[in-house]
Structure formats: structure tokens, C-alpha cells
Design a protein around this ligand. Sequence first.
Ligand code: ATP
Length: 288
Amino acid sequence: MLYVKAPAKINLTLDVLYKREDNYHEVEMVMTTIDLADRIGLSLRQDGKIVLSSTDQFVPTDQRNFAYQAARLLQQRFKISAGVTIKIEKEIPIAAGLAGGSTDAAATLRGLNVLWQLNLTLDELADIGAEIGSDVPFCVYGGTAHATGRGEQIREISAPPTCWVVLAKPKVGVSTADIYGGLNLTQVKHPNTQEMLQAIEQCDYKAMCRELGNVLEDVTLKLHPEVVKIKSLMERSGADAVLMSGSGPTVFGLVDSEIRVSRIVNALRGFCEDVYAVRMLGERHKLA
Ligand code: ATP
């Protein structure tokens, strides 16, 4: 069995510029991978089938699963006669704004590149990943990036200043389509992506905290008061900066002292089940 790590991402910034003629939104984001990860096990099958299972009963195991789609796409594109058994050990909460499905697809692409001896570059894998979803190319590379287009255009940037990331996911389901639908681009406060890029470039933790911004946050906060509550709990218990990731509902706080991390985690635990304290993984994957 070949094991591949599939880390989640957070958005340090998420901006929506306009709706395109192809109905996608033109976005601009700064994203980084964090050390909260699924583990994907891959083993070769001679019968050509793709067989997928997951430790989480809510993850689809058929062609709706992005990891399944990744395997099928590679199989068809490169006329592979072998199959694969995919085992997803799920750690990343589902439908949380952390790109759980996209990172499983990306890890499957990287792993099958090795298992099926395809010798593709990360750029080639990222192009294939873009056919599955806009966040997949970023997850193929990992690390930290400035993403544009519909999110699939990736420019690698340096790792953010070291800190802890505390995450809390309230028990509400958020539909990404509803959040985008509720967005009124004439009324939102856009994050300053250039200032964020500069903060990271200069390794300036305080500036990074100041420049956190997500144009979707207000829409989700209006629909889900639980998210407001978690945000203020995190702020009050000592996080340096707090933001919702993606379309939510996960909220993350940046913290530069370990003592405050445990205080925040304890404060949140009484209120919500899914609480994590992890490090950023600022650098790109060092594999195939
Ligand atoms: P993003 O941040 O990219 O918007 P997300 O973290 O909000 O993604 P996912 O965890 O990817 O959302 O789940 C969204 C939906 O994708 C789920 O409802 C699930 O049915 C489907 N899905 C497909 N493949 C997977 C997978 N491997 N893991 C989790 N969900 C998956």
C-alpha cells in the first residue's frame, strides 16, 4: 500500500472580483496548507477497477468522490489497464471550507503518478486536477500560493511566518452555491491581496494578521449565527486574528504563542466538537 498525505488548506485572503461569462467567479486568493490531513492509501489492482472506501460514512464512495474522479481521469487519459484500491482515512471535516475533497483528489493524482508509473510533472498533474475542481491544482502543489482565475492559476509564494492555526467547525452545513448566491459585489469589503502578499514576503506576522480577509465571510455570518459566536469566542480567548476559511463554516485563528493556543482550544471545546490546533505547512510537497 502506498500512503499519500492530503493536507487541508486555509484561505488567508479570498476575494471575488466578478462573475465571468462562463458562470465561474473570477477570484483572487492567498492559500496555505495546514497540518490537518487525510491519509490516502493506494494499492494496485490487476482487474482495472477503481474501488474506494472511507473511514467516514458521509463521504461518497462512488464516482461522486473527487479521488475516484481523479483515478478515472488518469486511467482514461493514459489508457491505463491497471486499477486501484483507494482507502481514505478522513481527518479533515467534510464541507467545511478546507478543501477536503479537492486535497483527496490531488493526493490521489500524486500517488497514482507513482503507482502507475506515469512520470508526469506537478504542472501536468495540476492541469488534470483543474478538470475535477478549481481548488485541486493548489492542492497538487501544496505550500503557499497566490491563486487567480477561478482559483486554478497557481503562483507559488514563500511560506508565511511561523504560527499556530486553531480551527473550529460549527455543526452547520453551508452550501457554497448559496454563499456565492448571497454575495453582492457592490457592497462587500474586499481584502487587500497585495498587502497580504507583501506581509508574507516580509515575514511580518502582525501585518499578515491585519490583512486576513474573506469576501464571503459576511454572507455566511448573516446566515449562520453559530459562526459569529465561534468567531467572537476565538477573539475573546486570545487569537491574534480570526477568519472564516473558504465559504465556511470553519473559522480559524492565528496564534503565535503555544500557551494561548491551549487557552483558545479549551474555550472552544465546550462549544463545538471539531476543534484542532495545527501548524502551517508553508512549503510545497516534496514528492513526485
Ligand atoms: P472547498 O473548500 O473546496 O469548497 P469543502 O472543504 O467545503 O471544499 P469538501 O469537504 O470537499 O468541501 O466536501 C464537499 C462535498 O464534496 C461533500 O458534500 C462530499 O459529498 C463531496 N466529496 C467528494 N469527494 C469527497 C472526499 N474525498 N472527501 C470529502 N467530501 C467529498
